[in-house]
Design a protein around this ligand. Structure first.
Ligand SMILES: Cc1cc2nc3c(=O)[nH]c(=O)nc-3n(C[C@H](O)[C@H](O)[C@H](O)COP(=O)(O)O)c2cc1C
Length: 411
C-alpha cells in the first residue's frame, strides 16, 4: 500500500473544470482531507454546472473560489497568495478547454491564473471523450505542458459516460492519490542542491576564549528546514549553535570562519550547487595568533589583541569558476541598511542580498525578522513575521528564480 503520509498538513489547491467527471473530484477532495491535507477547491465557472460549490465547501470546510475578479475574495487570500499557499496544485478533471488555456499560457480565470503563478508542483488529470482525447491539438497541448514540468496523471481507458469505449476516463481516486503522494514527496526545490551557512563563527583567542557574535543561527536553520521541506537536498554549514539539525538536512559543523571557508570551498569543488545562501554571521576578523595556553592576568601582556581579516566566504563562492546558479547573501546592518546592502551586493557580485536591521537587539536570537531582499531588478520584503514563515516565502521565491534561470539557460 502506498504511503500517503506526505499529504499530512499539505496545502492542496484542487482545480475542478467543466467535465462530466467533476463529481469524482468530490471523492478526491474527501480522500485528501482524510489523509491530513488542507484542500482549497478552485472551480472554473463551467465546472459549477456539473457540481455545486456547496458540496466542495461542505467536504473541505473552505468556501470554494471561482471568480478571478472578486474583490471580496481578493481581500482575504488573494490569487497570488493562494498560488503561494499551495504545496501542490492539481486539476482533476482537466478539460480539453483548460488544457488549451494552460498550454498557451492564458490566465483568464482564477484557476489558470493560480496555475501560472504557483511555484508548487503542478499536476493535471485529463478527462474527456475518447474522440476529443485523440485530437492532435490535445496531444500537442499535453506534450507542451509536460515538457514544461507539469505532471500529467492518466487518463484511464474504458467505458465512458457518453457510452464510448476508449482512453479519456479520469484516473480512479486511489490511483490519483498514489500519484500525488509520490509528487508531494518531491516539492518545488526537488532536484536542487542548496548550501546554506548559518550561525556565528568563533575565533579562538586562547584554548578557552573566543571572539564571537550574537547570531543564534535561527534564520539559517529556518531556511535549511524550509528548503528541505520544499524538496531540496540541503547542506547546512553551521557555526556553533544550540539548535538541532532540521529533518532531512546534512549538517557540516564548523567553528571558525576559516573552517567555514574550507567547508564551502570543498562543497563547491565536489558537487554542483544550485543555490548558495550565506546566512551565517561570519566574523570579519580573527586574532592573528591563538595563544597555546590560557592567557593569565598579571602574567601575559593583555594590552593589545592583533586581528587579521578573515576570507570573504560568499565573495569566494560568487567568483568561483563553478559559481552556483543563484548566490544569496545576508547583510545585518545597524544603519543605512538598504544603501549598505545594495553596495555589498554589487561589490561581492551577489545575485540577491537580504538586508535586515539588527540595531537595538532586533533579530539576533529572536523568533521574528523582516528581510528586504535586493536584486538587480528591485526589492521584495519578506515579513515582518516569524523566521520559519519568512524562510518559506524566500525559498519559494528562490524556487521560482531557479526555474526561470534554468528555463532561460535551456533556450
Ligand atoms: C454534458 C457535458 C459534458 C462535458 N464533459 C466534458 C469532458 O468530460 N471533458 C471535456 O474536456 N469537456 C467536456 N465538456 C465541454 C466543457 O464543458 C467545455 O469545453 C467548457 O468550456 C469547459 O470549460 P472549463 O475548461 O473552463 O471548465 C462537456 C460539456 C457538456 C455539456
Amino acid at each position: 500500500m502506498t504511503d500517503l503520509s506526505g499529504f499530512s498538513a499539505k496545502h492542496i489547491v484542487l482545480g475542478v473544470t467543466g467535465g462530466i467527471a467533476a463529481y469524482k473530484a468530490c471523492e478526491l477532495a474527501r480522500a485528501m482531507m482524510r489523509v491530513g491535507a488542507e484542500v482549497q477547491v478552485v472551480m472554473t465557472p463551467a465546472a459549477t454546472a456539473f457540481v455545486g460549490p456547496m458540496t466542495f465547501q461542505a467536504l473541505t470546510g473552505r468556501p470554494v473560489r471561482i471568480e478571478l475578479l472578486d474583490p471580496t475574495a481578493e481581500a482575504g487570500m488573494g490569487h497570488i497568495e493562494l498560488a503561494r499557499w499551495a504545496d501542490l496544485v492539481v486539476i482533476a478533471p482537466c478539460t480539453a478547454n483548460t488544457l488549451a488555456t494552460l498550454a498557451t499560457g492564458r490566465a483568464d480565470d482564477l484557476l489558470t491564473t493560480v496555475w501560472l503563478a504557483t511555484p508548487a508542483p503542478r499536476c493535471l488529470a485529463p478527462a474527456m471523450n475518447q474522440q476529443m482525447w485523440s485530437d492532435p491539438t490535445v496531444t500537442e497541448h499535453l506534450q507542451t505542458l509536460s515538457h514544461r514540468g507539469a505532471h500529467v496523471l492518466g487518463p484511464d481507458s474504458g467505458i465512458q459516460a457518453c457510452g464510448d469505449i476508449g482512453p479519456g476516463r479520469l484516473l480512479e481516486v486511489p490511483d490519483l492519490l498514489d500519484r500525488l503522494a509520490a509528487i508531494l514527496s518531491r516539492g518545488p526545490l526537488s532536484g536542487r542542491h542548496l548550501v546554506i551557512t548559518a550561525g556565528p563563527t568563533h575565533e579562538p583567542i586562547d584554548p578557552v576564549r573566543y571572539l564571537g557574535n550574537r547570531a543564534s543561527g535561527k534564520m539559517g536553520y529556518a531556511l535549511a528546514s524550509a528548503a528541505a521541506q520544499l524538496g531540496a537536498r540541503v547542506t547546512l554549514v553551521s557555526g556553533p549553535t544550540a539548535l538541532d539539525c532540521p529533518r532531512g538536512v546534512t549538517r557540516v559543523a564548523i567553528e571558525t570562519a576559516m573552517d567555514m571557508d574550507r567547508a564551502c570551498q570543498s562543497l563547491i569543488e565536489a558537487a554542483t550547487i544550485d543555490c548558495f545562501i550565506g546566512a551565517a554571521a561570519v566574523s570579519d576578523m580573527r586574532p592573528a595568533q591563538v595563544a597555546p595556553d590560557k592567557l593569565k592576568k598579571g602574567h601575559d601582556d593583555l594590552s593589545h589583541l592583533t586581528l587579521v581579516e578573515n576570507p570573504d566566504i560568499i565573495e569566494g563562492i560568487a567568483q568561483h569558476p563553478k559559481r552556483p546558479t543563484l548566490v544569496v547573501g545576508f547583510a545585518a546592518e545597524t544603519q543605512a541598511m538598504l544603501a549598505n546592502a545594495a553596495a555589498k551586493r554589487t561589490r561581492k557580485q551577489l545575485d540577491w542580498i537580504c538586508a535586515n536591521d539588527v540595531s537595538n537587539g532586533q533579530v539576533f536570537g529572536q523568533e521574528t525578522n523582516c528581510l528586504h531582499c535586493l536584486t538587480a531588478d528591485g526589492q521584495t520584503t519578506f515579513g515582518p513575521g516569524i523566521k520559519s514563515d519568512i524562510a518559506r516565502d524566500l525559498l519559494l521565491a528562490i524556487a521560482i528564480q531557479l526555474s526561470v534561470l534554468k528555463d532561460t539557460s535551456c533556450t
